[in-house]
Design a protein around this ligand. Structure first.
Ligand code: AMP
Length: 213
């Protein structure tokens, strides 16, 4: 199963990606997580990506496309993959479609999570994550058992720097301008699965799995 997951920031892509990837036994590849890891480790890619990420802007296509193609060429992707946060622009989608055609690994689905914009802001402002194990919570919809503390390892939870109010609007504007056109792109390709992503994580996951069956 080869899947890309679309949706605005805060639509629940990370949460759903985990469940879908586990269900199909395929790797969950989040370009945002990979960039954050590279920034944290101070790699050359991380150094290039950091300024864009801090501003809530997209990292240039040329950096992202090569990075993703290298990642899915690895052995663990031979039976499929789930891409979360890629593609984010039409040039990325076109380059990736051509790559998949050339390698004879066609995409099975582009799952598009639909969430009204007032809910998005609420979801993003409540998001907290564990700096140690990466677990993601939401103080409104999916709180940890003890306030601001990771259920798994007891670390203090943090808010992503680009989830702060001043950056969120830029990310939403970038989504509308650069990423929303991918819905039409994948509709034309015949692989879109539009999912109403309002509801609990479990409810949304059931809808996604039903649409992909
Ligand atoms: P995310 O965790 O998916 O919200 O991604 C966090 C940030 O990483 C984004 O705001 C971008 O700066 C960068 N990023 C992640 N994926 C991409 C992509 N496919 N293209 C360009 N920038 C990306």
């Amino acid at each position: 199963m080869r899947v890309v997951l679309l949706g605005p920031p805060g639509a629940g892509k990370g949460t759903q990606a985990k469940g879908i990837a586990e269900h199909y036994g395929i790797p969950h590849i989040s370009t945002g997580d990979l960039f954050r890891e590279n920034v944290g480790q101070g790699t050359p890619l991380g150094l290039k990506a950091k300024a864009y990420m801090d501003r809530g802007e997209l990292v240039p296509d040329s950096l992202v496309i090569e990075f993703v193609e290298d990642r899915i060429a690895r052995d663990d992707c031979k039976d499929g993959f789930l891409l979360d946060g890629f593609p984010r622009t039409i040039p990325q989608a076109e380059a990736f479609w051509d790559y998949c055609t050339e390698k004879n690994i066609p995409l099975d689905a582009a799952v598009n999570l639909e969430v009204p914009s007032d809910l998005i802001v609420h979801r993003i402002s409540g998001r907290r994550s564990c700096p140690k194990c990466g677990a993601v919570y939401n103080i409104y919809t999916n709180p940890p058992k003890a306030e601001n503390t990771c259920d798994h390892d007891g670390s203090e939870l943090v808010q992503r720097s680009d989830d702060k109010a001043e950056t969120v609007q830029t990310r939403l504007d970038v989504y509308d301008k650069e990423t929303a056109p991918l819905i039409d792109y994948y509709t034309d390709k015949g692989v879109i699965k539009n999912i109403d992503a309002v509801g609990t994580p479990d409810e949304v996951q059931q809808k996604i799995l039903a649409a992909m069956a």
